[in-house]
Design a protein around this ligand. Structure first.
Ligand SMILES: [Zn+2]
Length: 394
């Protein structure tokens, strides 16, 4: 016997992977998408969810998060901080390495209601402590172990992560990069590279990257960024993008600067994927959650449908899971997010202490994970959390 069906009626559906952008009804049965029918028809379903005034999109994917709470100092809870804010697939970006990955798998990935995937850190330790960089002592950086871990956990692993900042790798990032490249090649998976404070220009790194590899923190304002000394996007950055290197937002705490984002987007460099890099040190501002991060791109002038693509179809492709994730195509596991575009005066702060006033904010209202409908944290609670941070800053 099949479970009762669900119909999401009255909403505006945006599903870039299917080319949908208009009023439509989405039906769900037995945990899977049954269909998407244009127009306001009320189908015959046991439960309906009224989506009038809401945008209905494939479940949000956040390509860069930190979820290893209790082991990594960055960790937050995936259900509290991602799923309850509309993210159905959260990707841990290197919190665990080969030696600490079994715990991430057992206590986080298998325990969460959110779908959790991961990049394996090339350091066997992962990102445990802020007191020492995970790549400072190369004895911890074993490509064969990282690749073996990735292969053994292929169902949940998307690639290899390396952080090339001097805080993690010391003054010379080359040895760490070469070991990460080797790990990704052995695992036959993409490499995700963190590029802040690299002490070398990004043009040094780019020739090492293959199509499908990810440069995260693409709009940071420190050393190793996408802009040259005169404030021009390096031509090598455009060339890398054009051959398929993925430039990912990775907001983080100091990894998104309004100044860099304005200059880069004016010159035509938009992030292919938008991720929050949510972690314990930014979850109560300036990041808050993935929808707030998406709202920042809305303020920069990115069209809503492109923003949705950058948090659904595009990260699904970066994860090499475009056949399973990031779309409302019939037969897929039913991961769906309902967002409200709320007009107002919204203060949005970057990682460099610049605040802008935006006229629209994306608020998550409902989320469906594998067919199960959940209310997001109430709008009141979301806005109160934001207001409390703002008043503390004044
Ligand atoms: Zn991160």
């Amino acid at each position: 016997m099949s479970e009762p069906g669900l119909a999401i009626v009255g909403g505006h559906v945006i599903d870039p992977a299917s080319g949908l952008d208009g009023p439509a009804t989405v039906t769900v049965r037995d945990g899977r998408i049954e269909g998407v029918s244009p127009g306001p028809s009320v189908p015959d379903a046991e439960r309906t969810l009224d989506a009038h005034g809401l945008v209905v999109v494939p479940g949000l994917i956040d390509l860069h998060t930190h979820l290893y709470r209790g082991v990594s100092h960055y960790g937050v809870d995936p259900d509290e901080r991602c799923l309850s804010r509309g993210v159905t697939t959260a990707v841990d970006a290197g919190s665990a390495g080969a030696q600490t990955f079994p715990g991430l798998r057992r206590y986080v990935i298998e325990a969460a209601r959110a779908r959790v995937l991961a990049y394996v850190n090339v350091s066997v330790l992962g990102m445990i402590s802020a007191y020492a960089g995970e790549l400072e002592d190369l004895r911890w950086v074993v490509p064969e172990d990282a690749a073996a871990c990735a292969r053994e956990n292929a169902d949940v692993v998307a690639g290899i992560k390396v952080r090339l900042g001097y805080q993690m790798a010391g003054p010379d990032p080359e040895s760490a990069l070469l070991r990460a490249r080797k790990a990704a090649d052995l695992a036959e998976l993409p490499l995700m590279v963190h590029v802040i404070d690299m002490l070398r220009p990004i043009t040094w790194l780019l020739p090492w990257l293959e199509p499908g590899d990810v440069v995260t923190h693409c709009f940071h304002g420190n050393e190793g960024g996408v802009l040259d000394e005169r404030g021009r996007v390096f031509p090598e950055v455009f060339a890398a993008r054009d051959r398929g290197v993925v430039f990912d937002l990775g907001h983080g705490i100091g990894s998104f600067a309004w100044r860099v984002a304005r200059i880069a987007t004016e010159q035509g460099l938009w992030p292919a994927t938008i991720s929050s890099d949510i972690h314990a040190h930014n979850v109560d501002g300036p990041v808050f959650d993935q929808p707030t991060t998406l709202s920042k791109l809305l303020h920069l002038g990115m069209p809503l449908a492109e923003i949705i693509r950058a948090t659904t179809a595009a990260p699904a492709a970066a994860l090499r899971r475009e056949d399973e994730l990031g779309s409302l195509a019939p037969g897929r596991e039913a991961d769906i997010t309902l967002l409200e575009v709320v007009p107002g005066e919204w203060r949005l702060t970057d990682g460099a202490e610049e605040t802008v006033v935006a006229s629209r904010l994306l608020l998550p209202r409902w989320v469906v994970r594998a067919g199960e409908m959940l209310a997001c944290e109430t709008a009141t609670a979301q806005l109160e959390a934001r207001a409390a941070v703002e008043s503390a800053q004044r």
